[in-house]
Design a protein around this ligand. Structure first.
Ligand code: 13P
Length: 152
């Protein structure tokens, strides 16, 4: 797959998601980092987003994860509408919507966006200078990919 350059703007589109057992940790992390996070445009799955709005952040809520919210975020990542994913997923519970969780994490990898799946990584991301600056990444050359596949 050929790659092309993509620029993440200084003001980022950030997705915030947490499974139920991790919601208190994400809420605490967001409270602690309110000033830095609130500089960006925020999206969340339904329950996570609603809880985070109670902390004073402005989060646009999608559907709840198991009801399609994870897939909505995956689609937004594929369309280049999400720049970063903070997803405190639960490694100790089996979830009925595990395929959706896997699909979301897979698309985040395909489209090469920064992902934090635990607090330590989230701390690394938020203290990285690029959190508040423009950042260049490499993403799949979708037009080239389609061109090759249709050149038959
Ligand atoms: O299930 C989720 C992620 O897989 C999160 O969904 P909620 O934010 O609605 O709980």
């Amino acid at each position: 797959m050929k790659l092309i350059e993509r620029t993440l703007q200084a003001k980022k589109q950030i997705a915030l998601v947490a499974h139920d057992n991790q919601k208190p940790a994400l809420m605490q992390w967001c409270r602690k980092n309110h000033d830095a996070i609130s500089q960006h445009t925020l999206f969340g799955t339904g329950t996570t987003g609603a809880l985070l709005n109670k902390t004073g952040l402005k989060v646009s809520c999608l559907l709840s994860g198991p009801m399609g919210g994870d897939q909505q975020l995956g689609a937004m990542i594929a369309e280049g509408r999400i720049d970063m994913l903070i997803f405190f997923w639960d490694p100790l519970e089996t979830l009925p919507h595990d395929p959706d969780v896997k699909a979301l994490l897979r698309l985040a990898t395909v489209w090469n966006i920064p992902v934090a799946t635990n607090e330590a990584t989230a701390d690394f991301l938020i203290t990285c200078p690029y959190f508040a600056q423009e950042f260049k990444t490499q993403i799949p050359d979708y037009t080239g990919y389609l061109g090759e596949r249709t050149n038959i």
